[in-house]
Design a protein around this ligand. Structure first.
Ligand SMILES: Nc1ncnc2c1ncn2[C@@H]1O[C@H](COP(=O)(O)OP(=O)(O)OP(=O)(O)O)[C@@H](O)[C@H]1O
Length: 228
């Protein structure tokens, strides 16, 4: 394994049993993501992208092989330890941002801190810094319903970075946005990758964007191919 690896899949397979039948969705997948790297995963609908992200997040377990988060084999951790490791090392952004409607943008960004304990003045300051970095310095007190779709997605991106994760996993982060907001979000994600030195693994249907991302993987027929 690469010593700089923050996220690693080693010979990972995932099958689902349906009655007597077994569906082999992921077959013998291996890759490493190092600190600060940015990777995209493309693949047709049903190729197993979400299944792979769930394994990387420790939300599901491989049928064979290992997933290592910051060098730790997730299979060796209890559910509680896994949740703790996830909160410490990972951030998540989904197509539908899952912001809490009754809380301000600032409080939504602070939610991962609140889950593990008290919110310090330092965390609050960092959340304000993140919101400014995503261009929402003047929208911190707005609730999700008072923000545009693109702005809500930027709050979700700031929230994913609050615990200074080693890796941010994104599932179709721009899938729900119009072309202009989508391009803005892509540029923003690329600049945050440089600014915060977090690694990003991005599942996207947007081939043009995937072509811009330094590492590109393609999932097809259960296999992961490194395109660039
Ligand atoms: N819990 C499960 N039980 C049985 N089959 C499953 C399960 N989860 C996923 N699958 C199957 O695995 C395949 C891959 O699903 P997955 O959601 O990972 O695809 P995807 O590439 O994310 O698709 P999309 O782009 O449409 O979201 C599908 O054929 C799906 O039916």
């Amino acid at each position: 394994m690469n010593p700089n690896s923050v996220l690693s899949c080693q010979s990972v397979s995932r099958s689902f049993k349906l009655g007597h039948e077994s569906i082999d969705v992921l077959k013998n997948i291996s890759f490493d993501i190092s600190a600060g790297e940015m990777a995209s995963i493309v693949g047709t609908s049903g190729s197993g992208k979400t299944t792979l992200l769930n394994l990387l997040a420790g939300l599901d377990e491989p049928s064979q092989g290992e997933v290592l988060m910051a060098g730790e084999n997730l299979a060796n951790l209890s559910d509680k330890a896994k949740a703790k490791a996830r909160n410490k090392h990972m951030g998540f952004v989904f197509q539908f941002h899952h912001l809490l409607p009754e809380f301000s943008a600032l409080d939504n960004v602070l939610m991962p801190c609140r889950i593990v304990g008290k919110v310090s003045a330092e965390s609050r300051q960092y959340a304000e810094h993140l919101l400014s970095s995503v261009g929402l310095g003047d929208r911190m007190r707005h609730r999700p319903g008072e923000l545009s779709g693109g702005e809500r997605q930027r709050v979700a991106i700031a929230r994913a970075l609050i615990n200074k994760p080693a890796v941010v996993l994104m599932d179709e982060p721009t899938g729900n946005l119009d072309e202009v907001s989508s391009e803005q979000a892509q540029k923003l994600i690329e600049s945050l990758n440089e600014q915060f030195n977090a690694s990003f693994v991005i599942v996207t249907h947007n081939q043009d964007w995937a072509n811009h991302i330094p590492i590109q993987f393609k999932l097809s027929k259960g296999h992961l191919e490194k395109v660039t």
